[in-house]
Write a protein that binds this ligand. Structure first.
Ligand code: PLP
Length: 479
């Protein structure tokens, strides 16, 4: 059916007019999005201060009357577009923000108009089908145990929370405690062991799960930020939850899974892996050894919106045994058909939810196995190039480049050790200068700049131009 096939006999003139208006608006929005993308390639990465100041136009009391949506769209484009971080041109290296793959971007536009609720297959056959296919592909690509259940979440924080809840409920069920009925009051205590470099969002997830962020045991890490296997407790028991990490946010280093996981599981404990970005190393035959043994865990949390370059927001929780996931997340509702194979509202934290799996499906379907591996390998190669160029200029490289993260500090002179004040000055200067964008971080009690090469759009030219801009900002900061 084309857009002109609206059947007048079944549609009131009013509904027809509304549909036509929607079609015109969505087409106009797509046209404006195209102009935005064309312009974003030629502007500073961070928005200029004037564009940020102009956002004040939005800070007005909500008026009583209706405004034509065309005017709203025009205003959004006029004042919103210039105040974006120009993520689309390959020189944004802040946080671990991915760019957007073309197929995923296009799928988001189309599926946005579908407006599907993915809670139940009855609400959207297409959402259910593509979610199932994408989830299966993810488990397979990451080399996780066949039969593991993947479910899309709003991000890695909630993916980790999902894994932690599955772990909590499974450990307590095995100990004969029904946490659903009785809560955690009086429950057997769960021992929680994490690496000292665990991501802050893991601590938040532990807090949300009622396990407390303050009572966790932390295991020391080595110079790269990976848990030291020799310092890992050997006396974990059947009420122990261990959380390991694939991909330290600063260094990309991963914990020694093969040395730790089997013992914890033999003693009855549960291992969850936070692999927000680093788990994707497993999709590359060349880099898989970085996360060797990760498949031995019980559950994993990762993101599609970081390294996989799927639009926000999209994370993935994966649990080895579906029954463990369902124990934590299922709810009883009369309208769930008993023959639903994958009622998503039973496999995650949300009831109504957008059909996140569609964009990941599009990305994977378009790139294929080799394309995903190439994305991971190319961004890692760019990270090494970045580190090489900066090291040649005399910048201190704070940790070996394990994956796509580069951690540096700037000294008072080329070759001199990094200095906190100089590093902070270079971070501020490069964000103003506009060629690229990178953020500050802290590493082993020192200030650092972190460069994350997570965008599929980044080319080696982008890296060269960005490294040159960084070195120029550093020279200016020293002068
Ligand atoms: C980004 C990140 C998270 C949190 O992921 P969100 O998708 O932002 O919720 C957790 N752990 C690590 C290692 C990360 O890099």
């Amino acid at each position: 059916m084309t857009t002109t096939d609206l059947t007048p006999a079944l549609t009131s003139p009013r509904a027809l007019a509304a549909t036509r208006e929607r079609i015109a608006l969505v087409t106009e929005a797509a046209r404006r999005a195209g102009s935005y993308l064309a312009g974003a390639a030629h502007r500073p990465v961070a928005p200029p201060p004037e564009a940020v100041a102009a956002l004040d136009v939005f800070r007005r009391p909500l008026q009583a009357h209706r405004i034509d949506p065309r005017e709203i769209l025009a205003e959004l484009d006029a004042y919103g577009s210039p105040a974006t971080m120009a993520q689309a041109q390959g020189r944004f290296f802040g946080f671990v923000n991915g760019g957007v793959d073309n197929a995923a971007a296009a799928a988001a536009v189309l599926a946005g108009q579908w407006d599907q609720n993915a809670a139940l297959p009855a609400m959207s056959p297409v959402a259910a089908a593509l979610d199932e296919v994408a989830a299966g592909w993810v488990v397979d690509l990451l080399g996780l145990p066949a039969g593991s259940t993947a479910t899309f979440t709003p991000g890695a924080t909630l993916a980790n929370l999902t894994g932690i809840l599955a772990a909590r409920d499974a450990l307590l069920a095995r100990a004969g405690w029904d946490v659903h009925e009785r809560g955690l009051f009086g429950a057997p205590a769960i021992r929680v062991v994490v690496g000292e470099e665990a991501h802050v969002s893991v601590l938040k997830a532990l807090r949300l799960a009622g396990l407390g962020a303050g009572r966790v045991e932390t295991v020391p890490t080595d110079a790269t930020g990976a848990v030291r296997a020799d310092a890992f407790p050997r006396d974990t028991d059947a009420l122990t939850l261990v959380i390991l990490q694939a991909g330290n946010v600063n260094t990309g280093a991963s914990d020694p899974f093969a040395a730790i996981i089997p013992g914890v599981r033999e003693r009855g404990g549960w291992v969850h892996v936070d692999g927000a970005f680093g788990l994707w190393a497993a999709a590359s035959p060349a880099l898989r050894r970085q996360v060797a043994g990760v498949e031995l865990a019980d559950s994993w949390g990762t993101d599609a919106h970081k390294w996989l370059n799927v639009p926000y927001d999209s994370g993935i929780a994966i649990v080895r045994e579906r029954a463990d996931l369902e124990r934590a997340t299922a709810m009883h509702a009369a309208y769930v058909a008993s023959d639903d194979a994958r009622p998503l509202m039973q496999l995650g934290l949300q009831m109504s939810q957008r059909a996140r799996g569609i964009e990941t499906w599009a990305m994977l379907a378009s790139n294929g196995r080799d394309g995903v591996a190439a994305l991971v390998e190319r961004t890692c190669a760019h990270a090494r190039l970045f580190a090489d160029l900066l090291a040649e200029a005399g910048v201190e490289i704070l940790a070996p480049v394990a994956l796509n993260q580069v951690l540096v500090a700037f000294g008072p002179a080329p070759g001199a050790p990094g200095d906190d004040a100089v590093t902070d000055a270079v971070v501020a200067a490069v964000q103003r200068e506009g060629t690229m964008w990178a953020g500050g971080s802290a590493w082993k009690c020192r200030r650092a700049m972190r460069l994350s090469v997570s965008d599929q759009a980044t080319t080696s030219d982008d890296v060269r131009v960005s490294a040159a801009a960084l070195v120029a900002c550093w020279e200016a900061a020293r002068a």
